[in-house]
Design a protein around this ligand. Structure first.
Ligand SMILES: Cc1cc2nc3c(=O)[nH]c(=O)nc-3n(C[C@H](O)[C@H](O)[C@H](O)COP(=O)(O)OP(=O)(O)OC[C@H]3O[C@@H](n4cnc5c(N)ncnc54)[C@H](O)[C@@H]3O)c2cc1C
Ligand code: SF4
Ligand code: SF4
Length: 1008
């Protein structure tokens, strides 16, 4: 750490209660946001209380240090990054202070989606609905004056803000509302009074200019909107100020009723321009129109791919669609409005097919939210070129939208650039995104020219290019052109609040004369992967390159010295550096929406460094030379890698499909290469050894696991939490019993479809009842079951500990036996989702053994296999079983992307009442929650699921994953079973299970 950093770090640590992050790896996650830019901050403060914000700003003012307020950093203009002190309010400022009848008081870090979830039972919500509501914070939405589809009805976020508590640039706090101008002789007694006085003079002096303010969009300060002859609405002025006027700590926001009735109308057009023209004729304000969105041909093609509903709704000849949403309290009236609108547009004769109307809320939400549905597919389109946000948005008067689109079409064609566009059409707000490959210097240099050309087109039509687009390094020239005579006025506004220009300097008004401290966040490339991994020789040995020269492209302008990374996994297509560079910083992985799982550790800790975004970018930052290459394989890096529990969900849920799990496996492996395994990691990675010992010496094992001193000893020696309830050991392993029953001998000559059962360690040593149930159910369905005797542990525990070599050995051992079985016509079936995931996905990364692909293609989860039988009519109907069950889908089953076959199966059991508790991860994450240091975090991460499971109306839990079941039992005190056991009971195949069916009590150590 350099001298200045060290001094500021020491000073701040002395006065702050929150986190102070100055070390390179701790501040690196704050160097980027969802914009195209990055900036290495001096340091990061994560305040715990308002006093910490006050002390930080006071210190910054005394020392002339810039401050950058930060929420979820999902803004696309670079407003949440900068070279000074980043102040992250997203972690600790998350309290909903008060919910009143028509307003709420919330802290700045509250996420809009979570707030709306709290308001939903009261029939209310915040009016504005920006697409990133599941992630964006109240402070950030005030910062950018966020808009969404429904802004046509509810305005921008700033229109809903009534009062603010802020900390000014000098550290003084104030409560802001609608304020009167001070009289001439009134001296400002506090900072707010002084600001008001300066603003009053300014407004009087520039009255003319302000009344002529041509702003149609959100760029610049909203002075014309906020100020009147008698006073100024300061919260309105701070909305859209990008943190340049004060740091918001608390806000009072108006809420609106959730409409009782809604209708969405989709109109397909043969030409984009026709759709834009039609949007000019939508009913105006005061009608029940709540949103009017326009999407181009690329987005609708992707929508048809993403969801079959869009295939039904959008005719395949459509080149653009306009989607209008009408809402109100009277269903008949809302429906009539929708029909009238559709009829009016149809009369224009430019539709390519008939309009489509839906009125169920879920359908309306899906239809109007088309952009969110297609974003992941858009970001995963092949090639290096990505849709690139030049400006947060461009706005023109709505009646000129078609003209603008025509101009942009010509511009992009002349520039030979593909682009994608969507618009909040009735408001004239457009998001044009050219496809650019910023790792290609020629595309990088086009960025500025393209942005200038877009701005010119927009301004010619009386519009603004911005939102906060002017925060970025395009900065000053764009600001000058955009604001003209208003620029000096805006600069005076800024100086009235922040005379030393310390709050987010450069944002809004540019930085005259000084180069921007933000630079383009350039992706890193890497040598083609085939050069790194010569074709496999079939021996199972992985050829690892002896060196891996990094590319010359570097974010810092310097060339990183290679070799740094020696990948131990087999990367298909993009390698680790390119994979990490695929993160566009969107922040979706900060979401806590229950319909998504990514990312369990972020959800538990709520810190930026726990996000997949942070983890992915550390690798890019090392490759770019922004971080010291020596950090790779270090203890510090390992601490970050340990924040990944390898649920594998970012690979499927992240819009760009960034496989952070594999990146962090590389990081852990590099650590193990340098430092070896710690005793607790060694213990965690050898579950098979422990399982074997427990089955040999069950009395000793159970005495140890069941006694306080025993558990204390395990915690001291192996890091296993003494508070964790662990399963009971049995006298025999399932495979040894299977051998006695003759199941370990393949009998291909016998009738029935052939299945090789991969048992895995838990069912083999601790839950033999499960393994027996699997065999019983399969046989009941007429399946020819074989249990390969020489199968080993799946290897996941070793892999996540970073012991790639051991995991690979296990993979190769399993592939030997499973490969033979598959060649004999057997389908491999797993009752443990983690084992299925290992075999289907991870073995392919561990080895180039020729059997890896063969076995992967022929391996299924047991539920998936049985639903396949059911589809073919070969599955016996279950018999009634009375009970109320809460089902949890494990993360690894979700990562397999096969739906919920286990749930579907138990829902077939008559009289069994099954609820799907879709409330996120159980928090156990394999062996993560077993460890002493993670025990409480793991229970916290599973809170959503566990609290529902504890409710009286649920009698039992169900889940396929053994680790999730342990957590569910411990967290709810309710017996939790694998769905196969429920099926087994329903068929009456297991009298012992049936006997225990009514026994809901869970003992300290219990195998269920
Ligand atoms: C795919 C995608 C689509 C998007 N679509 C839209 C859209 O349609 N409409 C829209 O409005 N936005 C959109 N955004 C941008 C973004 O989601 C919003 O701007 C969001 O409101 C930002 O919230 P945040 O918490 O992430 O703020 P941040 O990005 O953290 O901050 C945004 C600005 O607010 C300032 N700020 C943050 N907290 C405070 C505070 N407490 N006090 C003072 N200033 C503060 C920051 O300094 C920064 O200048 C989109 C983003 C993405 C990635
Ligand atoms: S990891 Fe994925 S979801 Fe997270 S910021 Fe990056 S691209 Fe977005
Ligand atoms: S694999 Fe899971 S735990 Fe790891 S970063 Fe991705 S979502 Fe988070």
């Amino acid at each position: 750490m350099d001298e200045q950093r060290a001094r500021v770090n020491d000073d701040l640590r002395g006065v702050l209660g929150g986190d102070v992050l100055f070390e390179p790896l701790r501040r690196a996650p704050y160097a980027h946001d969802a914009s195209l830019y990055e900036a290495d901050p001096l340091g990061v403060v994560v305040p715990g209380r308002v006093e910490d914000v006050v002390n930080t700003l006071r210190y910054a003012a005394e020392n002339g240090i810039p401050v950058h307020p930060r929420g979820a950093a999902s803004g696309v203009s670079g407003g949440a990054i900068g070279p000074g002190l980043v102040v992250d309010l997203s972690r600790h400022f998350r309290r909903v202070v008060e919910i009143q009848a028509d307003r709420v008081v919330v802290q700045a870090g509250v996420v809009l989606g979570e707030l709306n979830a709290r308001l939903a039972p009261l029939g209310r919500r915040v009016g504005v609905d920006p697409p990133g509501a599941g992630v964006a914070t109240v402070g950030g939405m005030i910062g950018v004056d966020a808009v969404g589809p429904s802004s046509i009805r509810h305005g921008s976020f700033g229109d809903a803000v009534e009062r603010l508590r802020v900390v000014f640039a000098n550290g003084e706090t104030a409560e802001l509302g609608r304020e009167l101008w001070p009289t001439f002789d009134e001296e400002g007694i506090d900072y707010k009074g002084v600001v008001l006085r300066k603003l009053g003079v300014l407004v009087r002096r520039h009255q003319d200019l302000l009344t002529r303010d041509p702003r149609v969009g959100r760029s610049g300060y909203a002075l014309a909107k906020a100020a009147t002859g008698v006073g100024v609405h300061l919260p309105r002025l701070l909305s859209g100020a990008y943190g340049t006027l004060g740091v918001v700590t608390e806000a009072t926001i108006k809420t609106v009723p959730v409409a009782a009735a809604q209708v969405a109308v989709l109109l397909p057009f043969a030409r984009l321009v026709d759709a834009a023209s039609a949007s000019a004729g939508v009913p105006g304000p005061g009608s029940s129109l709540s949103a009017c969105e326009l999407f181009d041909w690329r987005l609708i093609r992707l929508a048809r791919e993403a969801n079959p509903k869009f295939r039904d709704w959008i005719d395949d000849t459509a080149e653009a669609v306009l989607i209008a949403l009408f809402e109100g309290d009277d269903p008949a009236e809302v429906s009539a409005r929708g029909s009238a609108f559709a009829a009016k547009v149809s009369r224009g004769g430019r539709l390519s097919a008939d309009p489509v109307t839906v009125n169920r809320r879920a359908d309306c939400d899906l239809m109007i939210g088309l952009r969110a549905a297609v974003e992941p597919l858009l970001m995963r389109l092949g090639g290096n070129a990505r849709p690139t946000t030049l400006f947060e948005e461009v706005s023109v008067p709505p009646e000129r939208l078609a003209e603008l689109i025509q101009r942009l079409q010509v511009l992009m064609r002349d520039e030979n650039v593909s682009w994608v566009v969507d618009a909040h059409a009735a408001q004239g707000r457009l998001h044009p995104r050219p496809f650019l490959d910023l790792s290609d210097p020629s595309d990088g240099s086009r960025l500025h020219d393209l942005a200038a050309a877009v701005q010119e087109a927009v301004m010619d039509l009386g519009g603004t290019a911005g939102g906060g687009g002017l925060v970025n390094p395009l900065g000053t020239p764009f600001a000058r052109k955009q604001f003209g005579d208003l620029l000096p006025v805006y600069r005076e506004v800024k100086l009235a609040f922040d005379p030393m220009n310390l709050l987010n300097p450069g944002a809004i008004v540019g930085d005259e004369g000084s180069p921007s401290a933000r630079r383009l966040r350039l992706p890193s490339g890497e040598p083609p992967i085939e050069d790194l991994f010569p074709a496999g020789n079939g021996s199972g040995e992985v050829s690892t390159p002896s060196t891996w020269d990094l590319p010359t492209l570097s974010g810092s302008g310097e060339v990183a010295a290679g070799p740094i990374f020696l990948p131990v996994l087999r990367w298909q297509g993009a390698g680790p550096v390119a994979t990490s560079s695929a993160c566009n910083g969107c922040g979706t992985c900060r979401g806590a929406d229950p319909s998504m799982r990514m990312c369990p550790t972020f959800r538990a800790l709520r810190s930026e460094e726990a996000t997949p975004r942070a983890k992915a970018n550390l690798i890019r930052q090392i490759a770019n030379g922004d971080l010291d290459p020596k950090l790779w394989g270090s203890e510090e890096f390992k601490r970050h890698a340990d924040l990944c529990v390898h649920c594998n969900l970012c690979a499927t849920e992240c819009p760009s499909g960034v496989d952070v799990s594999s990146l962090m496996l590389e990081a852990k492996a590099a650590y193990v290469e340098n430092h070896g395994l710690s005793p607790s990691e060694w213990a965690a990675s050898r579950v098979e050894v422990w399982g074997g010992l427990a089955s040999r010496f069950p009395i000793l094992a159970n005495a140890t696991l069941g006694s306080r001193p025993g558990r204390w000893l395990l915690e001291r020696l192996l890091g296993l939490s003494r508070l964790r309830r662990l399963p009971r050991a049995h006298r025999w392993s399932f495979t040894s019993r299977a051998a006695r029953l003759g199941l370990t001998r393949p009998r291909p000559q016998e009738p029935g479809p052939r299945v090789a059962y991969f048992v895995d360690t838990y069912a083999n040593h601790f839950d033999q009842e499960l393994a027996e149930s699997v065999v019983a159910v399969l046989r009941h369905a007429g399946v020819n079951v074989y249990v390969p005797a020489r199968q080993r542990d799946s290897g996941m525990a070793a892999l996540v500990a970073g012991d790639v070599e051991h995991s690979r050995d296990l993979a190769l051992a399993n592939l030997r036996v499973l490969g033979d079985a598959v060649r004999d016509g057997y389908t491999v079936v797993c009752s443990e989702p983690t084992a299925a995931l290992m075999i289907r996905q991870e073995y392919l990364k561990l080895t180039d053994d020729l059997d890896a692909a063969l076995v992967a293609e022929n391996t299924l989860d047991i539920g998936q296999y049985l639903t396949g039988l059911a589809d073919r009519g070969a599955f016996p109907e279950p018999q009634p079983l009375k009970g109320r069950v809460g089902y949890h889908q494990p993360c690894h089953l979700r990562a397999l992307d096969i739906g919920t076959p286990g749930l579907d199966l138990i829902r077939r059991i008559p009289e069994l009442n099954v609820e799907y508790i879709d409330r996120g991860c159980s928090g156990m994450a394999g062996t993560f929650g077993l460890q002493r240091d993670n025990f409480r975090t793991s229970l916290r991460a599973g809170r959503g699921l566990l609290s529902r499971l504890r409710d009286d109306d649920i009698e039992l839990g169900a889940s396929e994953c053994s680790a999730c079941r342990l957590q569910m039992q411990q967290g709810s005190k309710k017996r939790t079973l694998h769905p196969i056991k429920l099926l087994c009971m329903s068929y009456g195949l297991s009298p012992s299970l049936r006997r225990r069916w009514k026994d809901r009590k869970v003992s300290a150590i219990d195998p269920s």
